[in-house]
Structure formats: C-alpha cells, structure tokens
Design a protein around this ligand. Sequence first.
Ligand code: F42
Length: 144
Amino acid sequence: MPLIGEYEPSTSQWVRDQVDQIEKSGGMEGTTLRGMPVIVLTTVGVKSGKLRKAPLMRVEHDGRYAAVASLGGSPKNPVWYANVVAHPEVELQDGPQKWDMRAREVTGDEKAVWWERAVAAFPDYAAYQVKTDREIPVFVLEPL
Ligand SMILES: C[C@H](OP(=O)(O)OC[C@@H](O)[C@@H](O)[C@@H](O)Cn1c2nc(=O)[nH]c(=O)c-2cc2ccc(O)cc21)C(=O)N[C@@H](CCC(=O)N[C@@H](CCC(=O)O)C(=O)O)C(=O)O
C-alpha cells in the first residue's frame, strides 16, 4: 500500500533538485551521483507526518536494499533516520520502479555483510565511517 501524505521537499536545494529530476523523468534521469546509481527513499516524517524523500546510494542484493544513514560522515544521523525508526514502512524508487518496503536496522554480522556491499557500491562510505565516531546505521529494506 503506497505511503499516503503530503510531500514536503528537503530543505537542501541539491537534494530537492535531484528528487524532482528523478520523479519528473519517471526514474529515467538524475539517477546517479558521480556515475554511481542512486535510489529515492520516501519516509514518513516522525513529527510532521509528511512524506520526505531522500536520494541515497543504491545498494541492492537479491531484491533487498540497504539504506545507509551516512550523511557524509557527520557526527549526527540524518533526520530521515528517526523517521524510519518511527515508521519502518517506507517506499523505495529504483529507476522507474517503486516498491513498498519495510526497513529494519541491522547489526553485528548481518550489518558487516551489508556494509561490505554498501562500500562496494559507494567506496566513500568507508571514508565517512573513518571520519566519525558515530557508527553509521544501516537499514535493510525488504519488500512488503
Ligand atoms: C536536510 C535534511 O535531510 P535529512 O533527512 O537529514 O537527510 C540528509 C541527507 O541524508 C539526505 O539529504 C540525503 O538525500 C543525502 N544523500 C545521502 N545521504 C545519506 O545519508 N546516505 C546516502 O547514501 C546518500 C546519498 C545521496 C545521493 C544523492 C543525493 O542527492 C543525496 C544523497 C532535511 O530534509 N531536513 C528537513 C526535515 C526533514 C524531516 O524528516 N523532518 C521530520 C522531523 C524531524 C525532526 O525534527 O525530528 C518530519 O517531517 O517530521 C528540514 O530541515 O526541514
């Protein structure tokens, strides 16, 4: 069941622009960052209840995806992290396809496996984790 609610664009202009480009092209344009594939994660705002959309690097394995709350290695989690914790039902757009997914945060060995996949897809994640004492959270998104 697709998420219902009013879309509230990100306060970050380059993020808003990339979401717009992906959505307006039906997922055919704007789907890369420095040549690496990008997906769009839609979450429900933990306070506003509005729909929030965050482009993330595409990390996929056997129909499941990882959402890596890296925020460039900043000391704090991205705001969407709290949204997903509060509302694990999310929507993921990968190119022209959209799926309703359930997110769960992974830890331990399972996280290690997904972290390896994430760094293989986007090597900067490794540098981000070196840059911060914050352990960068990883959600696994599984189709509902
Ligand atoms: C800027 C901020 O966004 P954020 O949720 O912190 O997310 C920051 C970034 O992670 C997000 O912009 C990502 O899209 C950045 N980003 C990546 N970010 C990542 O963390 N990982 C990635 O792999 C990644 C890749 C990526 C690729 C392309 C691109 O364009 C951006 C990429 C934001 O939108 N804040 C809103 C609030 C959004 C929100 O969810 N509000 C909640 C309330 C939150 C609260 O106040 O507690 C609500 O609506 O209820 C605001 O300030 O008004």
